[in-house]
Ligand binder design. Structure first.
Ligand code: AMP
Ligand code: MG
Length: 486
């Protein structure tokens, strides 16, 4: 690995350096060798991944630290948070010289643990490991993970006792919107240095702009819009979009009570701890907008610095507000273009979006599975789709408009779009659950199978596929319950 620990050069007020508290008798969970290659792990490092993840053989250049941040949780100011069970062990350059954070989760108490125990359970670590991998291969910007270990020796209390685990995850950044909130609240003198760090490391092009801060704000807004459009298009619901769980590079972070939607229900809540339904699937774009608004407010104190290059504070506030106006059109633009690809319709045709919406209304009314319905459309399995509808007239109307729009277009390229944007496999809750239950009995074969399946979600893999991968559980079987407990 080629370390370049840039976060550690910031003010020590922003973190706490400490060692990993290892798991007793660690067992190998799973390791992503392809990602390790990309991150330039040596053969020796790859061979000793269990001890690296357990912190007992960290590379010499690793310099573990817990970050402090704050945030708004479920819309309320939550004060100081921080890595309560995680450590940034360092930052490494990948094969393309791209800076990547290496972060261990489940390493014991830190000064930011609050009431928590500093640990993570095997169940939630497997869910995070597979979800990051799944989103990555669905081409949605996301953190990913190199691997995980677990231990039966250390049992962790949640609703019941569960095996402990440590995840080694990667992300282009762990700087959260909530980092800015913490700085403004507790160490405002650090804001300029911190903004400069974000610009230099994540938005270097913006340094040459007239107002580097406004330029960065625009890019953060655009990347977030792109990520959320990606979530909506693959049916992903994050479940806990607090400002401390969104980062400044617009890549998915902190998988907890997330879910991939099965039957199409826009007001679907996967997180059973979310009683108000704040983080439903359909709310994600507006919540992202709200989170960005909170974040932009935290840039206002930069008004009189060179980074803002503003006439005065009022003007700068107005300019920040103007930046946020770009969020909705940017999101809609990404979403419309993605939906056109999923539908196999030409993007320049005005009827395309309405037709996509009509198809979604059918999925909603008939409670059809989101992923497999789009795949049936891809495979021209119109009869099978129609057979699952009660209101066949609505289906026939939609199909005739659909076919009329497609008639004069280039079929081959549209078909390719569909195949590349409509996955056969997503990570359904019950798939993850089965892998977890077997892993808890030391059988990692299902983790391995899902890892392989989700590496290539757009390709049929008949030799390893199970019928349960392709559809929701039958309605007489209980849904897998997912909550914030992890
Ligand atoms: P989350 O919403 O799961 O991302 O977590 C919110 C905050 O709680 C973060 O500061 C986490 O580090 C912290 N946290 C979550 N679980 C634990 C735990 N078991 N021990 C210590 N801190 C935790
Ligand atoms: Mg979090």
């Amino acid at each position: 690995m080629q370390f370049d620990n840039r976060y550690a050069t910031l003010s020590p007020k922003l973190f706490h350096k400490q060692a990993v508290e290892s798991l007793p008798k660690p067992k190998a969970g799973h390791f992503n060798h392809a990602l390790a290659e990309q991150l330039q792990w040596t053969e020796a490092e790859q061979a000793d991944w269990v001890n690296i993840i357990n912190g007992t053989n960290l590379p010499n250049e690793a310099d573990p630290l817990a970050m402090v941040y704050a945030g708004h949780q479920f819309g309320q100011w939550a004060g100081q948070l921080g890595d309560g069970r995680g450590l940034l062990i360092g930052q490494a350059l990948d094969q393309n010289q791209k800076l990547t954070d290496l972060h261990l989760k489940g390493i014991g108490l830190t000064p930011y643990s609050r009431m928590g125990d500093g640990r993570a359970v095997l169940r939630s670590v497997i869910r995070e490991y597979l979800a990051g991998h799944a989103l990555h291969h669905l081409h949605v910007p996301s953190s990913n993970a190199l691997g995980f270990i677990y231990s039966h020796e250390l049992q962790i209390r949640r609703e019941q006792f569960e095996p402990s685990a440590i995840l080694l995850r990667t992300s282009d950044s762990h700087i959260r919107l909530g980092h800015f909130e913490w700085i403004n609240q507790y160490q405002p003198d650090l804001l300029q240095e911190f903004a400069q760090h974000c610009l230099e490391n994540y938005y270097p092009d913006c340094l040459n702009a007239e107002s580097p801060i406004l330029a960065m704000a625009k890019q953060v807004i655009d990347r977030t819009a792109y990520m959320i459009a990606g979530w909506q298009l693959v049916g992903f619901a994050h479940g806990v979009m607090n400002t401390d769980n969104l980062n400044i590079t617009g890549s998915t972070l902190d998988f907890g009570p997330y879910g991939f939607m099965e039957r199409f229900r826009p007001n679907w809540i996967n997180n059973h701890s979310d009683n108000q339904g704040r983080y439903t699937y359909q709310n994600q774009p507006s919540i992202a907008h709200w989170n960005l608004w909170v974040w932009l407010n935290n840039l206002i104190p930069l008004a009189n610095t060179e980074l803002a290059n503003a006439q005065d504070k009022e003007q700068f506030k107005a300019d920040l507000a103007t930046c946020l106006e770009d969020f909705e059109p940017a999101f809609l633009n990404y979403y419309r273009s993605g939906l056109a690809k999923k539908m196999g319709l030409p993007q320049d045709d005005d009827r395309c979006f309405d037709c996509g919406m009509a198809f979604l209304r059918i999925l909603q009314a008939e409670q059809l599975d989101y992923t497999s319905s789009f795949r049936r459309l891809t495979d021209h399995a119109y009869t099978a789709l129609r057979d699952d509808c009660i209101d066949t007239r609505a289906f026939d109307d939609c199909l005739s408009i659909y076919q009329a729009i497609r008639k004069d277009a280039d079929q081959n390229s549209l078909q390719l779009n569909m195949q590349q944007h409509n996955p056969i496999y997503i990570l359904r809750n019950h798939m993850a659950q089965r892998a977890i239950e077997l892993a808890e009995k030391d059988d990692l074969s299902e983790v391995e199978r899902l890892f392989t399946l989700l590496s290539n979600p757009f390709e049929k893999q008949a030799e390893i596929e199970r019928a349960e991968d392709l559809a929701p559980l039958p309605s007489d079987q209980p849904e897998v319950m997912v909550s914030c407990s992890s």
